[in-house]
Design a protein around this ligand. Sequence first.
Ligand SMILES: Cc1cc2nc3c(=O)[nH]c(=O)nc-3n(C[C@H](O)[C@H](O)[C@H](O)COP(=O)(O)O)c2cc1C
Length: 191
Amino acid sequence: MSRFSRRTCLKAASCATALSLLGGARAADKAEPRLLTVYFSWSGSSKTVAEEVQRLAGGDIVRLETVEPYPESYNDTVERSKKEREANARPALKTALPDLDKYDTIVLAHAIWSGCMPMPVRTFLDAVDLSGKRVAHVTTHGGSGLGRSHVELAQIEPEALLLEPHDVYGWHGVRNLESVGAWLKRIGLAR
Ligand SMILES: Cc1cc2nc3c(=O)[nH]c(=O)nc-3n(C[C@H](O)[C@H](O)[C@H](O)COP(=O)(O)O)c2cc1C
């Protein structure tokens, strides 16, 4: 091969490599975000927030439900939840555990119960390993904000990459749903 044609070939090869790299970047841009929203909701507020996350950020969504459903009555639910916390119980989930290998970012949404995360959320967290995953934590509440739940999450999942958490007022319906979009933008999960 002459010097000229060899140089031409090398140039063509490096152009082809650059083009294929560019193509790869474009494909990655278009790829579905590997995002999963997992939520636990008794009266619907955390469900509303989780669905807003999915609407704005895409990805998949899973609702955590217990084998034994919580009562309809608020007082009975408070009573049961207190007993579960005192017993450090892990209420069994009827929800099948998602395959977390498919995701690199998890949004965890739940209500605040007695200032903490509901025990079924602990059941979920005990059953999975969020090490190395980006985790965006959002609570709904009637005034407690995140309560102790973010500290609990950090203790249960010490190797997770916890993003800035967020809380939404959710007593008898969600009040500041629009804050979810601003939060998702801040943490880079929505445009
Ligand atoms: C059993 C129980 C305990 C609760 N404890 C608290 C609490 O300690 N602090 C608080 O701000 N709100 C508390 N709430 C209110 C819920 O956190 C709030 O209404 C939340 O938005 C409900 O979310 P959900 O509709 O997804 O279940 C409690 C509600 C229930 C049912």
